[in-house]
Design a protein. Structure first.
Length: 392
């Protein structure tokens, strides 16, 4: 009888282990040094209590060899994939590049954990793995957020949607991109008013580190802390995440005013020197303006639509380049060049006026403060009919 009871007990224990719910965690990877690593990363970890195997469900994969990859990327129609792979394999890259990884184990009910594990396994099948990628609203981190929210029956969204720290898509993007100057410029110039509304904590979760912060404050269905424990899987050896810092426009105004004063004071006497400085400025503004117009009119990058920086980085500046070359050759530019200068200066003034209007604000004070005085000064110098009457 004791032997029979022991066998029944062992069979019950084995069945309990086999039927035990998986353990769910969220791995958060710190930002790296390469431009596409600047925003960090995350993944959902599912640990099987029976086998001890931990699987990483990673939403951050794409195929650069798919047809028209570059065109789809430029037009905002990128496709990403969910891939399931052993956690140790997923961590290998971050270990090699010195990026820290922390793991938050979540306190879910067995039903919630099993439901999430089953949903991820189904989603990771090749026929279900693809999703339409959007940098701010549907990226690898928002996919993690949405999967957790579905398992919690919408409880995560209800806790985060009504709260805000005042951050915006722009403020987070330029903060994290700031170590790479070209990337910082691209975000700050290229984003329109869509990127400047204050985000809720739910929207803020497009940044993996922000999602980890919110998970640490969230509650599960029993009212307990959602994060049961947190462990460091890998130490962070790369550069730290850029801190939050206020954006000040006054230094930009000082720089723009100083350049404008110098241009206005010296332009009539030394027009060729000013033209030599204006030519690359007009060329850069024009090229940037063409790119901004393309993003607005011909792509699905919603965050770049209606960008008022088009009034400052004006595509019409490209038409001023021949006039600058004419001045360098001691020739007077054509008459239409003067009208074009006035139009570009007026557009820059419109950018300043629009900034103070209450509808759909765009945080581009710094660019207005820098470029408006310069556009006005260049119009003052080059709009007169004769440029060389003081030389002889």
């Amino acid at each position: 009888m004791p032997i029979r009871l022991l066998c029944l007990t062992l069979l019950w224990l084995c069945a309990s282990v086999a039927s035990a719910a998986p353990r769910i965690g969220v791995a958060t990877m710190a930002p790296g040094e390469i431009f596409f690593e600047r925003f960090g990363h995350n993944a959902i970890v599912v640990a099987d209590p029976a086998s001890g195997q931990a699987t990483s469900y990673n939403f951050g994969f794409f195929d650069p060899e798919e047809p028209d990859f570059v065109g789809r990327f430029a037009q905002g129609r990128m496709m990403y994939y969910l891939i399931a792979l052993p956690l140790e394999q997923d961590l290998a890259h971050y270990r090699d590049t010195g990026r820290g990884v922390t793991l938050q184990w979540l306190d879910l009910t067995p039903q919630q954990a099993q439901s999430l594990a089953d949903a991820l396994a189904e989603r990771a099948k090749p026929e279900n793995a693809r999703y339409r990628y959007d940098y701010f609203t549907d990226n690898c981190s928002t996919q993690v957020r949405d999967a957790l929210d579905a398992a919690l029956g919408g409880a995560l969204r209800s806790q985060l949607a009504g709260r805000s720290r005042g951050n915006t898509f722009r403020s987070e993007a330029v903060r994290l991109a700031s170590p790479a100057l070209w990337m910082w410029l691209g975000f700050d110039i290229g984003l329109g008013p869509y990127a400047d509304h204050p985000m809720s904590r739910w929207e803020e979760a497009y940044v993996p580190m922000r999602l980890a912060d919110s998970l640490a404050e969230a509650r599960n269905s029993a009212g307990r802390s959602l994060v049961q424990s947190q462990v460091e899987l890998l130490p962070h050896r790369a550069a730290p995440e850029p801190p939050e810092a206020p954006r000040r426009w006054l230094p930009w105004l000082v720089a723009g005013a100083l350049v404008a004063v110098a241009v206005a004071a010296l332009g009539r006497r030394y027009p060729r020197a000013i033209a030599a400085l204006a030519l690359p400025l007009w060329l850069l503004c024009g090229i940037a303006g063409v790119l901004l117009a393309y993003l607005w009119g011909f792509t699905e990058h919603q965050a770049a639509w209606a960008n008022r920086n088009l009034l400052l980085f004006n595509p019409l500046c490209l038409l001023l380049v021949p006039g600058a070359i004419a001045v360098l050759r001691r020739r007077t530019p054509p008459r239409w060049n003067r009208w074009l200068l006035g139009l570009i200066a007026t557009a820059a003034m419109a950018a300043w006026i629009l900034h103070w209007l209450p509808f759909r604000p765009q945080y581009n004070q710094a660019w207005v403060a820098l470029l408006l005085p310069i556009h006005l000064a260049l119009a003052y110098v080059f709009m007169p009919r004769r440029l060389f009457h003081r030389e002889g």
